[in-house]
Design a protein around this ligand. Sequence first.
Ligand code: GCU
Length: 709
Amino acid sequence: NADRNKVYRHSTNLSMAPGSTERLVETTLAAARDELVRGLGGLLDQAVPVKTSPGDRIPDGAVIVGTRDSSSAVRQYTSADDLAPVGDDGYLIRSFSRGTQRFTVIAGNTEAGALYGTFAFLRRLQTHKPITRLDISESPRVKNRHLNNWETVRLYAGNNASGTGGLSGENGTIFNFAATGASAGRNLPVILDRYIVVARAMASVGINGITINLVNADNVYLTAQYIAQEAALADALRPYGIKIALSINYTAPTDPRFAPDTLTNEQLDPHGDEFRGWWNRRARMLRDSIPDFTGFTVKANSEGQPGPQDFGDDHGDGANAIAAAVAPLGMKIYWRTFVYNADVDEDRLKRAYLEFGYIDDERRPDGTRGRFLDNVFLQTKNGPLDFQAREPVHPMFGRMENTNQALELQVTQEYTGQDEMLCYLAPMWEEVLKTDTYATDERGRLLGKRLMGHIVDGTAQRHSDTAIVGVANLGNADNVTGHHFSQANLFAFGRQSWDWTLDSADIAADWVRMTWSNREHVVGTIVKMMMGSWEALVSYQTPLGIAHQFRSSDHYGPNPAERLARDDWSPVYYNKADSVGLGYDRSPTGSDFTAQYFPTLEARYGNIGTVPENLLMWFHHVSWDHRMRSGRIFWDELVYRYQMGVQYVTWMRLTWDSLQPSLDARRFSEVKAKLAIHEADAGDWRDTCVNYWKEFSGRDNPVDDGPLS
Ligand code: GCU
């Protein structure tokens, strides 16, 4: 809870801010050293001496960190062969004893690898795992582990110019770019403490990139004034192994703010030199100020954003044009597939694959398939709709075998309780990443490795460049994420994008030990609360696969009766409530969306007898009397699920109270206050939805399942 607005003296002369007190670290090994000094000092409660070179006789208890280039001790105790398998970001941690001296070596091929190893070592210590006889070799399964930082203002809701509410509740925007106003003097290039806090948090779980602005991008981020500010931010993040990128608007070249370097609409031809030349010039400007700038995230022809289709071109033309323009600079394009043009199909869920699939299938002149260039990632949300608490996996994963695909997850809890509800998302991501896609090869044979995680980490279809992207929950609250427990989602996102095979309960246990306490009953109790929290939220918000039922004003509370100008934004479009039942028929008797999956899933989802019940209404219009596996009829089961979800929150509230003696007073009471709101709002979801469904089912609450309010 240090002063998050404390300013740093920046290493360049851009920001000799008045009142600067501290210097920023300038190298990754310096960051690793500082983490050890701070971490070991705090955990062991004693000062930790630092030596830049250990000399011939390594002191007993020493921790040596570095690369083979930076450290003779690392050279002496690790070989190039030992280190080769861990790649660019991986690390070795090894215990040695020489006579009476015992010491630990943390080594990477790169300084970033050494930093990740340092954090992993500290994590072991902090979670009370053994730190002797270590022989650890770790490397990430996915190369690009990025955040997308959407500034927290809700643009489409139009109600949050102040940055309060919406995507992250009270938790306002993290990076200050504005040149004037209340925060003047605290704007980039001035570096605030909270940027460093966040950089350390990201690095501690291996996150190595961040797109700093909203996907509905403002061109101001491409102006010279902003680029200077972004360069300062990039300098501050670099020692932590974090590189920056920007979201861009496809028609930025026509923005008069770039005059005289502006194009006309006619010049926005993706095959023409003008369009490509413009993006190359902008990218070079960025590269000149930010040598490791990674590239652009693009939301095109989606939710009113312009794109190549406005000019008669397709996503392949548009993505490849910008990709070709920036390829010589080593940059990449993350082209989002969150598109749902209503002209393409009546069922919103079918639209993205219809717009992208054929481009992946096209033959290149050399006979290989796939039109997208190698420096294009298609960035696809985990499910086919929009970050709902439970969705089936997006059918494009596995279907786009000739294109690099990035998985996009939402860490910020837009649809999962924002910063009011305790909802640990790692079990959802684990469910997603371990879903069997039943992907086949071109001859129809099942792939050996075909879980979502294998598709994403490239092993299923032999992709060497891989990415997972998380929509960030960073803000300027003291605790960064608004709800203390939302920090667990950032932590888990990093850990799972590093290694998607991890168990979400193990990640929760690490987080609880590092955040709250190592006492066994506290760890056991909080992990239990967390592990059921997502399923409970699914249950009281959208049970049994009933999709999007959120009120449009804030995506927090329910409004199942809402009918908006666009069908596919309306809860009624998804629930299709009528006297027969509830849910959207996407089986072959309905929209046949199921045909976009590989055959095994197509058959499983398309049949009401075999579809998993937790996805039931994503695929079927279910009659009120349908017999469920529990033996209850659908109506009774539905009401029961709403009630169970709310009861779980009551249980969490009471359980949290029981932990009071073991927790610090301030954070205990902050979470307690949130749980009270959470319980009331979960009850509102249940009551609003059940009461509305009653109008269609003509039935009352089942009598056996206890009182409903
Ligand atoms: C959601 C969200 C929007 C966001 C969009 C996207 O619809 O509510 O604010 O822009 O996702 O992913 O682009």
